[in-house]
Design a protein around this ligand. Structure first.
Ligand SMILES: [Ca+2]
Ligand SMILES: [Ca+2]
Ligand SMILES: [Ca+2]
Ligand SMILES: [Ca+2]
Length: 308
């Protein structure tokens, strides 16, 4: 290392940053940059593995797609609907049309969450109160590939302020794999890919998708019930003994369901299952269902990827 004291840099030496007063060999500058990058990556990775939750708050005005606030995967975004006709837009980067996301909006209010295409107006999916803790968007693909897509939050009916909501989304592959019958229990479940398409072909049909879970995993499940389906579905999480750990049946015929289970009790085989709880099954009782594990992509078995 050489101090700059009105001297010329020796051959092969340079300041690592512009204006820096210390000369180092060029190879040392590369090493320093590498160390800074590795430290940053390790910090973010360990933060994610430790279950740290990153949070942000909306910035008004964000009342159209042009002023949308950036939203990052798995980061909590707090917001308010005030005045009653307030619209809040959030921008999320696309990947490609085989990828997509599950979004959850937690609130005590009566809130509509809408997924929009890259023009900021084409409605891809909309929901009000589909989740027992609020509302959600189930396994929506990036219809416009890697272009920016949008989520819009508004009060349903524009007749009340919403003092607080928290919005988040998780990326996954939403191109579907088929169910394989018979798949009525956890152990006979179709081995889970990221997202599956299935049909409750009779009212008594039960469709399970088996996956490997680890102790303390957080599992997010979504079922996108076909709006034209005659079935009111229940989405449930089962252990290997087929015991139901948690189930969701918050909406009616044609309605979607969401289920978030925090801290799996042990490592082993689990399954998410879809069944008819009202209405009827039949050839048009189709749905898609999938999972996100610890905020990231589920890879069988025991792997995850939080950023890509
Ligand atoms: Ca707002
Ligand atoms: Ca707003
Ligand atoms: Ca089936
Ligand atoms: Ca079945």
């Amino acid at each position: 290392m050489y101090k700059r004291q009105n001297l010329r840099a020796p051959a092969g030496f340079q300041p690592c940053r512009e204006g820096h007063s210390v000369w180092r060999p060029a190879t040392a500058c590369v090493r320093i940059k590498r160390i800074v990058w590795i430290t940053a990556v390790l910090f973010i990775s360990f933060g994610a593995l430790a279950g740290l939750v990153w949070a942000a708050s909306e910035t008004e005005p964000n009342n159209d797609s042009g002023t949308a606030n950036p939203l990052n995967a798995a980061i909590l975004m707090d917001g308010t609907i005030s005045p009653v006709a307030d619209l809040d837009y959030f921008a999320l980067g696309g990947v490609n049309s085989t990828w997509g996301f599950i979004a959850l909006l937690e609130t005590a209010g009566d809130v509509t969450l809408t997924a929009l295409g890259s023009d900021g107006s084409a409605v891809l999916q909309a929901n009000t109160n589909a989740w027992e803790e609020g509302t959600g968007i189930a396994l929506q693909n990036y219809a416009d590939n890697n272009a920016t897509h949008y989520l819009r939050v508004n009060e349903n009916g524009n007749n009340a302020v919403v003092p607080t909501y928290t919005l988040r989304y998780y990326k996954t592959v939403v191109a579907t794999q088929p169910e394989v019958e018979p798949n009525e229990t956890a152990v006979s479940g179709t081995p889970s890919a990221f997202t599956h398409a299935g049909t409750l072909s009779t009212t008594s049909d039960i469709d399970c998708f088996a996956f490997d879970g680890r102790a303390n995993d957080t599992i997010l499940l979504a079922a996108d019930n076909d709006a034209a389906s005659p079935a009111d579905i229940t989405l449930s999480l089962h252990d290997a003994a087929n015991t139901v750990l948690q189930s969701a049946n918050h909406t009616g015929i044609g309605g979607d369901e969401f289920l978030e289970y925090i801290d799996l009790p042990a490592s082993g085989v689990y399954a998410y299952c879809v069944k008819v709880s009202g209405g009827s099954g039949g050839p048009t009782a189709s749905y898609r269902a999938g999972l996100v594990r610890n905020g990231g992509l589920y890879y069988p078995p025991y792997e995850q990827k939080i950023t890509w």
